[in-house]
Design a protein around this ligand. Structure first.
Ligand code: ATP
Ligand code: MG
Length: 314
């Protein structure tokens, strides 16, 4: 089976138990939960049963140990996750607004994640993996950007493939070098997996149809659009298909896009038909929102297949 690699932040998430705006007054928080978009993604890949690894860094502290134990326990190869004695594990505080939007306070730039760098272990993984998945949030420091671009070029040169989820967080967009790095990864991606308006990040097109045509003409093999409660769509030069979402009770929306992406990429690497892959990926996103905590809803392939067989579509 193909081995999947991602690079990027592992952090803990601490979340507000009540809705509201920001963190300007004392509130009740719950956590720490293992998190970070690349970490959620790769945990779901492992739970789906695909060989996989993450290149990252955590601190030599309890938060780092919590995350490493969790990922290792679920089957992720963490041999290239370093434990930095100088910097703490990153953290993100999150609070939901009444309309479902989220406020984040990230503590990541000076965390261990900023020390992700090439080592013997990262070299070995880059040489041994068949597919690289890139999350836009991972590209927050020049060291990570250099590592991701080097991994992408080498995996591609060996005939491997790249998927890209821009996963834009407005709190991080101002960071220097991020925009250029996003464009470089976009240009190399076989699979582009935006959510909502992220489709228009790299085009001047005004309509979805025009944007997709431009992206496919530019050499991207397929575009997968995540549409939340409206499910998801696949577009390639051979055609397109949309598949509705599953009806579940939403407890915590964090992680839906990452789990969706993980399951979709695994199915795509296994050569599954797009409609079948979208159904499993939608089910994976639906299961992700049923549990509190970013990674707690990552489900096994059996659980995902069971939802596809039994659930009602929205
Ligand atoms: P994120 O905010 O995690 O980055 P995203 O915007 O990348 O998410 P979404 O479109 O929100 O991605 O979610 C991905 C998929 O998960 C959707 O296409 C849908 O199939 C499923 N999903 C998300 N939220 C729900 C929900 N409340 N109920 C059922 N399915 C959902
Ligand atoms: Mg997302």
């Amino acid at each position: 089976m193909k081995k999947l690699l991602t690079v990027g932040e592992i952090l803990v998430e601490i979340m507000a138990t009540e809705q509201g705006f920001g963190f300007r007054e004392p509130i009740t928080l719950v956590g720490p939960f293992a998190s970070g978009a690349p970490a959620i993604f790769i945990d779901q890949v492992a739970r789906f049963g695909q060989p996989c690894a993450i290149i990252s860094a955590v601190g030599k502290d309890d938060f780092g140990t919590l995350c490493l134990d969790r990922l290792r326990g679920d089957g992720v190869d963490v041999s290239a996750v370093s434990q930095d004695p100088e910097r703490p594990t990153g953290s993100a505080f999150v609070r939901y607004r009444p309309d479902g939007q989220r406020d984040f306070v990230f503590n990541i730039r000076h965390s261990a994640n900023a020390s992700i760098a090439a080592t013997e272990e990262t070299e070995r993984l880059i040489a041994g993996c068949d597919h690289l998945h890139v999350m836009g949030t991972a590209l927050f420091s020049q060291a990570v950007i250099d590592l991701v671009l080097d991994a992408a070029r080498r995996i591609r040169a060996r005939g491997g493939t790249i998927s890209f989820d821009p996963n834009i967080r407005s709190e991080l967009l101002h960071l220097s070098g991020l925009r250029e790095a996003l464009e470089t990864v976009f240009a190399m991606a076989d699979l582009f997996m935006p959510s909502g308006n992220e489709l228009f990040l790299f085009t001047k097109a005004q309509t979805e149809e025009a944007a997709i045509r431009e992206i496919l003409d530019g050499g991207t093999k397929a575009v997968v659009i995540k549409r939340g409660l409206e499910g998801a769509s696949w577009f390639s030069r051979d055609g397109h298909v949309s598949v509705p979402a599953y009806r579940v009770e939403e407890i915590d929306p964090t992680g839906a896009g990452d789990c969706f992406g993980a399951t979709f990429v695994c199915c795509w690497l296994r050569g599954m038909a797009p409609a079948e892959a979208l159904a499993l990926a939608n089910a994976s996103g639906a299961l992700a929102v049923r549990k509190r905590g970013p990674m707690e809803g990552a489900a096994t392939a059996d659980e995902i297949a069971r939802l596809v067989r039994s659930a009602s579509r929205l």
